[in-house]
Design a protein around this ligand. Structure first.
Ligand SMILES: Cc1ncc(COP(=O)(O)O)c(C=O)c1O
Length: 424
């Protein structure tokens, strides 16, 4: 059982006085869960520890990166070697090459690759490259998808939908250059290309969504994205920040057999260190500076710690059987939860892809943003709070994706199901 949170409460109060909301990223806040945000100090394998000594089984996985579990010894060893030789050199290193080759092996569509420091940066840069490469400016994306906090991709994200661009700090001109359509809507997709196809620089797709719940693309939907972008000369951008190395080693592109023009990566890529990457065909990528006109740069981009830690993770993930094992654990967990929920008469949807999953308290399957608004948030709050009391951590948000790691054991998963069936 969770210990008393005295230290957590004190530090969170002090943090809140100095940092907006007490957090350095809004997702971390527990405010939607109607409890103060906990303060954590350590992670190892499938567990994380808070500052008061409670040890939680972790299904948050640092919002995605921790696919091997926390602080994997081989990854820590590689990072340690890099730190010893200076964590940042600001010049080119051999580890950038090793890492680029590993990424390319997983994502053959990334003929050329640029490393950056976060998923948001990768998306921002890819969108600019799509615009520069096509000399067009309209970006089409999907309602409720999350692609980081860049101006081009923030407008019309999630519950802020009703707010004006001015209010959220996005220039109106920029907002006008972004069109949002419902995910999985073939008709809306075809209509926007029919109406404005010649203006469209890029179509930005989260091939499996995360922030509005795990939503799988309907059969043929990604293929239709591919077909229309090719037909109209627009760039198909897959935001695989969350799905890359998660839903398969080669991400959604491997799982669904669709090749993107530009791919954005992050999260798992950096072995626990800040990371992002984007890449695609040579012709487009060569439009980037230093030789091309599209500028993007970063002091810490491709730094040796991220490159070496990331390469250690990718080497481990590329071993045979890894993704089967991960998916088996996820299936066991979700079928147990579904069965327990059914027994208690609680409507729940448990969509998943590989080891990425959501527990959505909804009568109906969720296939787009409008469906996700019908999720029973109160039920999720109850679930989150009760699981936390039993030292099991899920995302502090009713619709966000959770993850299973290689470090999660069968008995930990069985115990999660047991506790889930006892909390109602
Ligand atoms: C699909 C997707 N794209 C982009 C991002 C932004 O990545 P980062 O938080 O590393 O900037 C996220 C983060 O959750 C994401 O899930």
């Amino acid at each position: 059982m969770q210990k008393k949170n005295k230290k957590s409460l004190r530090i969170f109060k002090q943090l809140s006085a100095i940092t907006p909301g007490g957090v350095n990223s809004p997702f971390r806040s527990f405010h939607e869960m109607e409890i103060p945000t906990l303060i954590f100090v350590k992670g190892k394998g499938s567990k994380v520890w808070d500052i008061d000594g409670s040890c939680y089984l972790d299904y948050l996985g640092a919002w995605g990166p921790a696919i091997l579990g926390h602080a994997h010894p081989q990854v820590i060893q590689e990072a340690g070697k890099a730190i010893k030789n200076s964590p940042v050199l600001g010049v080119s290193t051999p580890w950038e090459l090793e890492m680029a080759l590993l990424v390319q092996k997983a994502f053959p569509s990334m003929e050329m690759i640029r490393f950056v420091n976060s998923g948001a940066e990768a998306v921002e840069a890819a969108v600019r490259l799509a615009r520069g490469g096509t000399k067009r400016s309209l970006l089409v994306r999907f309602e409720g998808g999350y692609h980081g906090h860049g101006d081009s991709v923030l407008w019309s994200y999630g519950p802020e939908e009703h707010r004006s661009p001015k209010e959220v700090g996005v220039p109106e001109g920029m907002a006008e250059k972004t069109v949002c359509i419902p995910f999985n809507d073939f008709h809306a997709l075809e209509e926007i290309f029919k109406k404005r196809g010649e203006e469209i620089a890029g179509l930005l797709v989260e091939p499996v969504t995360g922030s509005m719940g795990v939503i799988l693309p309907l059969p043929g939907f990604l293929q239709q994205c591919r077909k229309l972008t090719s037909q109209y000369g627009a760039v198909l951008i897959f935001d695989e920040v969350l799905t890359g190395f998660r839903v398969a080693f080669g991400g959604a592109q491997e799982r669904f057999g669709v090749r993107a023009d530009l791919t954005c990566l992050g999260k798992i890529l950096g072995g626990g260190f800040p990371a992002g990457a984007y890449g695609g065909g040579e012709k487009l990528m060569e439009k980037l500076a230093p030789y091309g006109p599209v500028y993007q740069a970063g002091t810490f981009s491709g730094n040796p710690v991220t490159m070496r830690a990331g390469a250690a993770v990718l080497r481990l993930l590329s071993k045979p059987g890894v993704y089967k094992k991960l998916e088996k654990k996820t299936k066991t967990l979700l079928s147990g939860i579904k069965e327990a929920a059914l027994t208690k008469g609680i409507p729940v949807q448990t969509p998943y892809a590989g080891s990425l999953f959501s527990i959505l308290f909804s009568e109906q399957p969720v296939s787009n943003f409008q469906d996700s608004l019908k999720i029973d948030v109160k039920q999720y709050i109850l679930f989150f709070q009760k699981m936390l009391k039993n030292e099991i951590l899920f995302p502090p948000s009713a619709s966000d994706a959770a993850v299973v790691s290689l470090a999660h054991t069968e008995s930990e998963i069985e115990n999660t199901i047991k506790i889930f069936s006892q909390i109602w």
